[in-house]
Design a binder for this molecule. Structure first.
Ligand code: FES
Length: 69
């Protein structure tokens, strides 16, 4: 299944499906056994690129909506 990325309101990007998360050098983060991961988009996580729940206390807000078609 192709990767699907969903922006959660006031929270992370939720990635599901088949994916590899790589750092800027091209090395893959260990996501073995996971069929989904949450990627931080607030900048407050202490475990970037993954969400650690810190967005809840950071005041981060984001509720962009696609126009749909
Ligand atoms: S989005 Fe959850 S810690 Fe940043």
């Amino acid at each position: 299944m192709a990767a699907d990325i969903k922006a959660r309101d006031n929270g992370p990007f939720l990635v599901t499906g088949e994916f590899t998360i790589r750092d800027s050098d091209g090395n893959a983060f260990d996501t073995a056994g996971k069929d989904s991961v949450a990627l931080c988009r607030c900048g407050a996580s202490k475990n970037r690129p993954f969400c650690d729940g810190s967005h809840r206390d950071s005041g981060f807000t984001s509720q962009e909506k696609a126009s749909g078609s």
